[in-house]
Design a protein around this ligand. Structure first.
Ligand SMILES: NC(=O)c1ccc[n+]([C@@H]2O[C@H](COP(=O)([O-])OP(=O)(O)OC[C@H]3O[C@@H](n4cnc5c(N)ncnc54)[C@H](OP(=O)(O)O)[C@@H]3O)[C@@H](O)[C@H]2O)c1
Length: 263
């Protein structure tokens, strides 16, 4: 049985993506913070997909030893990963000098440091087998500076840059291992915006918003076709094509408007 480890697998994109992997015979290894959420999501997927195997570990990935403990858990259960999905992440909203430093440091710890550690822990084994895929979830906010979501966008810029760089290194090594960079647009149906108190931000009701299902469908299609970069959602793909035809002042104006609170 193939194994996929999905951080944040019990919610949003992670849960939708889990459905694809489970239907295609993968064992799901989920890591997320609250055990209750993991248990509830496990029951949902088990009721939907017969024969699915789900193993869960409640872990706060911002804790210093957490990623190593995840690695040890996988090894203790005698599993070898075919796919690692670094999906767990959260955002903050507000001008950089106004958002609590502690909250943003915690976000950097999850979105950047834990993703780096998980990739470093599981990549060597994939290289040794010359097989496997690391899927890292970035964001369209990584494509340019975003006022009021500056630190979040910067964490996602790290994810995009780091993952594209790994893919280039894999190409140089002639490795069959793949690194897939995923760039979702704003999603209107996951708990992400509520958690980040961003639900009134215009971009989540904007023209190019997408859904967790559309993101997961695009990831699955891209993964199955061996793609290394995916912008999810057809509306965002179209927008990114025409973006470069706009003068910079217009791009900046649109982004400023998109990040404002609406009533
Ligand atoms: N929603 C969007 O508009 C959007 C757009 C582009 C990219 N993304 C990215 O997509 C990814 C998934 O987001 P989503 O929209 O699916 O949101 P979500 O439903 O909130 O999923 C995030 C997952 O990460 C887990 N998580 C959060 N903090 C954690 C921690 N300290 N340790 C372990 N797990 C933790 C969450 O579990 P808890 O219950 O513990 O919080 C949850 O399962 C994130 O990386 C996000 O940045 C989202």
């Amino acid at each position: 049985m193939k194994n996929v480890l999905i951080s944040g697998g019990s919610s949003g994109i992670g849960l939708e993506l889990s459905r694809h992997f489970a239907k295609n015979g993968y064992r799901l290894l989920w890591v997320a913070k609250p055990a209750a959420e993991l248990d509830a999501a496990k029951k949902i997927i088990e009721a939907e997909i017969s024969g699915v195997v789900i193993e869960t570990l409640a872990k706060d990935l911002t804790q210093p030893e957490a990623c190593q403990e995840v690695f040890d858990w996988v090894k203790k259960n005698d599993h070898s990963l075919d796919v690692l999905v670094n999906n767990a992440g959260f955002g903050t909203y507000g001008f950089c000098n106004e958002v609590p430093v502690k909250q943003e440091l915690n976000m950097i710890e999850l979105n950047v440091v834990s993703l780096y550690k998980m990739t470093r822990l599981f990549l060597p084994e994939m290289l040794e087998k010359d097989a496997g895929t690391v899927i890292n979830i970035s964001s369209t906010s990584s494509l340019q500076p975003i006022p009021r979501m500056n630190t979040y966008a910067s964490t996602k810029a790290f994810v995009r840059h780091f993952t594209l760089g790994i893919q280039e290194e894999l190409r140089i090594k002639n490795s069959k291992v793949k690194a897939l960079t995923v760039i979702p647009a704003a999603i209107n149906d996951t708990p992400f915006q509520q958690k980040a108190k961003m639900h009134k931000v215009r971009t989540f009701k904007g023209l190019a918003t997408t859904t967790a299902k559309e993101v997961a469908d695009d990831i699955w299609k891209g993964f199955s076709n061996g793609k290394t970069l995916i912008i999810t959602g057809w509306k965002m793909r179209a927008l990114q094509r025409i973006r470069f035809l706009m003068p910079k002042w217009l791009q900046d104006y649109i982004i400023r408007k998109e990040t404002e609170i609406t009533s």
